[in-house]
Design a protein around this ligand. Structure first.
Ligand code: ZN
Length: 332
């Protein structure tokens, strides 16, 4: 079955859309500002949402970035989709585009909000909760009730680079279908994490997938291009444009199980294998050297599989995650 036939749109023909008490005028992209609190300096924080509510029936999609404030590839993917006027090609349904949810983390170069809490572990959120909980609530209360499917764009944490990949729950047929047309090399089966965006969306019957690409704080052309391509593919696959084309890579793999190869010694980390490589158990992936020029150990793969992420940190501690390997996999 095609993706567009798997969705029963929430909006009926001619339904009015109000977001945060603002009426969305059908047929044109409207930018609204949603109050997300204040800084200690009394500056008001707003979350920007660009909304296109067409007057033709079709699916309603949320395109979300910046749940983690320093994961700038995700933010840039969504920002670029607006700059490239991708939504001017949408002929039916509704699109809600939020490039940056966690403004607090963005201005502090941080994954979290100012109190150190993770928005993606604070869903569904509370009106009287912590800052992270209040930010999460914007999505669950003001946005998710209006959408049929959601895509959340992320970037690897800290210096950990993620090869462009889509994460989904294999128990959700719509999310699995979205992943299959996303156009990335790795489709990662991942259970729903407690208090995450995907879990909250799932509980509200909104199939959601998470994109991961690149590393925090550093823009990555490959990850950005893969992400914008994915938005195009999903809009086309949902039948929301006049273009039915889906662009897929030459090889795609479903990763059923994954784990990390960790540092067995602290020191300077020099990798020789990287994300996207296929490696054998026992294969040398890199070296860890002490800074005095006296010791060096080889980092050996504990699995045969695909490297879906690797650590770009130059100095590592004992037990640090070095290579993320998908060791149970199948072809799409
Ligand atoms: Zn993230």
């Amino acid at each position: 079955m095609q993706l567009k036939d798997m969705i029963v749109p929430k909006f009926k023909v001619g339904s009015e859309l109000f977001i945060d008490n603002e009426l969305i005028i059908p047929g044109k992209i409207q930018t609204i500002r949603i109050n997300a609190g204040k800084l200690p300096s009394d500056n008001r924080i707003n979350v920007f949402a660009h909304v296109l509510h067409t007057d033709k029936p079709g699916p309603s999609v949320l395109i979300l970035g910046g749940v983690h404030g320093n994961e700038i590839n995700g933010i840039e993917i969504v920002r670029r989709s607006i700059e490239e006027q991708m939504y001017s090609l949408v002929t039916c349904g509704t699109v809600i585009v939020i490039p940056l949810l966690n403004v607090y983390g963005f201005i502090n170069f941080s994954r979290d909000v100012a109190d150190g809490k993770d928005v993606n572990r604070s869903f569904p959120g509370h009106l009287n909760g912590s800052l992270a909980s209040r930010v999460a609530r914007i999505i669950t209360k003001k946005i998710l009730p209006h959408v049929d499917v959601a895509i959340d764009f992320h970037t690897g944490g800290d210096a950990r680079y993620n090869f462009p990949q889509v994460r989904y729950s294999k128990t959700d047929a719509v999310a699995e279908k979205i992943a299959s047309i996303f156009g990335v090399r790795y489709l990662i089966e991942q259970p729903l994490i407690a208090h995450s965006f995907r879990r909250a969306a799932s509980e509200m019957k909104v199939p959601a997938v998470v994109y991961e690409g690149g590393e925090s704080i550093r823009l990555d052309k490959f990850a950005i291009n893969s992400g914008t391509m994915a938005i195009r593919n999903v809009l086309n696959g949902l039948g929301m444009t006049d273009d039915p084309e889906i662009t897929l890579p030459s090889e795609q793999f479903i990763i059923h199980k994954d784990n990390w190869v960790r540092a067995e010694s602290p020191g300077m980390f020099i990798w020789s294998s990287k994300s996207g490589d296929f490696v054998q158990k026992g294969q040398k992936l890199g070296e860890i050297k002490d800074p005095f020029g006296t010791k060096s150990i080889d980092v050996l793969s504990t699995y045969t599989g695909h490297i879906i992420g690797h650590n770009n940190a130059s100095v590592v501690s004992l037990g640090d995650a070095l290579f993320h390997i998908g060791y149970e996999f199948s072809n799409v």
